[in-house]
Design a protein around this ligand. Structure first.
Ligand SMILES: [Zn+2]
Length: 226
């Protein structure tokens, strides 16, 4: 149902109001080719295996994430995931432990149930699905559950406070058996990573469920506020 609503919203934007680029206001795509080409990829995070593809400080990137989370519009994010397909392939190749035969499973960062009910969707699940379209032979498994309504990490600037806030809040759904075990690379997906605390908690949960090879990719890297 949500997919239908997204499609209708995109149709209304494009054909009734005339969609404009959120960067330069040129009529056409949600992000025009010129603006898209000029969005740089972010620097690597300080945590091994954790990647934020774009800089959250870039106004187009932050607008795209805001539009998805609060206005249910995903067109900009779809263009950003498409642009990052080569970079994602490079990141994944670096982490393949055996051969290219390894299965690729995308796992969205879970939301507390009530939050998903209020918002109507989990943006990380949507981003995982859009990433999956750009990664050949990958699939999305929504196997993590968050069992606590925590303070939003963005409200906490201190790394330790973020780690404490999110600690032991996630687990693997119904003791889901790790599909393929060693032969599967799990990619945790989130919208924004800052200190990496949320990803580290999700990694802990996946590892306790038996996953061995895990890496984390967020659409954006939000740098710690000074
Ligand atoms: Zn533009």
């Amino acid at each position: 149902m949500k997919k239908v609503l997204f499609t209708i919203q995109e149709y209304i934007d494009k054909f009734l109001f005339g969609r404009r680029c959120c960067g330069c206001q040129t009529q056409g795509e949600a992000i025009c080719q010129n603006c898209l080409e000029h969005i740089p990829f972010a620097e690597e995070t300080e945590n091994y295996g954790i990647y934020g593809l774009y800089d959250y400080g870039n106004p187009i990137v932050s607008h795209a994430i805001w539009n998805l989370k609060y206005k249910h519009k995903g067109q900009e994010i779809k263009l950003l995931t498409k642009k990052s397909s080569v970079l994602m392939s490079e990141i994944i190749s670096e982490h393949l432990q055996s051969s290219s035969q390894e299965k690729i499973t995308l796992v969205p960062i879970p939301q507390y149930k009530r939050k998903t009910e209020t918002r109507g969707f989990n943006q990380s699940l949507l981003i995982a699905k859009w990433f999956s379209k750009e990664i050949p032979n990958s699939k999305v498994l929504n196997i993590l559950i968050k069992n606590k309504d925590t303070i939003p990490q963005s409200h906490l600037s201190d790394r330790k406070a973020r780690q404490k806030n999110i600690a032991n809040t996630m687990y693997v759904k119904n003791n889901y058996p790790p599909a393929g075990g060693k032969s599967t690379i799990y990619i945790l997906v989130d919208d924004v990573t800052t200190t990496g605390a949320t990803f580290l908690e999700a990694m802990r949960a996946l590892k306790s469920g038996g996953a061995k090879n895990i890496l984390c990719i967020a659409l954006a890297h939000g740098y710690k506020r000074k």
